[in-house]
Design a protein around this ligand. Structure first.
Ligand code: SAH
Length: 227
């Protein structure tokens, strides 16, 4: 009976990927055990196939406790940092999010599992193109990406309940603060590119910005451009 069930089970639910155990293990050891408790964040981290956001050569490393190269000198953040940044912006299903620095698209996908819509901007055209193809392939219809500089945000879709910046800037771009909705939350690494930066949280309350220093991080530089 049990054997029959196992056979039928295997037949009915073919394994979507061979990394399910690695992913659950990542969430337990790297994320839950380090204090992330937001249920939606944990669910999203368990679901998004991180190994499909890196090249084949790094697939086996995708659930490791470190960032990985994604080409063009850029990196996909360590899983814990993605979970931390996701939890801190308090994602819920009706919210609209903006991400600056699409990269592989992994952070956008984690947010897209929870919120209504994710707008994401990437300055390196090749990465913008690759991540858009990935969103399409994986069925993330609620992610809208574009190639370009993110300094000026995306005014046509503002205001945003959530803004996540995944590249380190010396200053917090003012247009992003302006595009934050009331009670909106913006998380951004602030500091010298190439050095250790401080992850900051900005919350808009009654039109005023409250700032909080969270932790130290190391991100690739935020590039300035006119677009
Ligand atoms: N969130 C990404 C991490 C990418 S690393 C992920 O989950 O994979 C940061 C990305 O920000 C890089 O791809 C870099 O090209 C991009 N970036 C840097 N400056 C930018 C800017 N001004 N506007 C948009 N993207 C930028």
């Amino acid at each position: 009976m049990i054997i029959l069930f196992l056979i039928v089970g295997e037949y009915m639910f073919p394994q979507v990927d061979k990394y399910v155990a690695a992913r659950n293990n990542m969430v337990k050891i790297q994320i839950t055990d380090r204090g992330i408790t937001n249920v939606a964040t944990l669910r999203a981290m368990k679901k998004v196939p991180r190994h499909l956001f890196v090249s084949k050569e790094y697939e086996n490393d995708a659930y490791g406790d470190y960032p990985l190269p994604i080409g063009y000198g850029q990196t996909i953040s360590q899983p814990y940092i993605v979970a931390y940044m996701t939890e801190i912006v308090r994602p819920t299903e009706k919210k609209k999010a903006l991400e600056i620095g699409t990269g592989s698209g992994y952070q956008a996908a984690v947010l897209a599992e929870i919120v209504d819509t994710v707008y994401t901007i990437e300055i390196i055209p090749e990465l913008a193109r690759e991540s858009s193809a990935r969103f399409k392939k994986l069925g993330y219809n609620n992610i809208i990406g574009k190639a370009g500089g993110g300094y000026n945000g995306w005014p046509e879709h503002a205001p945003f309940d959530i803004i996540v910046v995944t590249a380190a800037a010396n200053e917090i771009p003012k247009p992003l603060i302006d595009q934050l909705a009331e009670n909106g939350r913006l998380v951004i690494p602030v500091g010298e590119p190439g050095a250790i930066q401080e992850l900051m949280l900005l919350v808009k309350k009654n039109g005023k910005i409250e700032k909080e220093r969270l932790t130290f991080v190391r991100f690739v530089p935020f590039r300035r451009s006119k677009s």
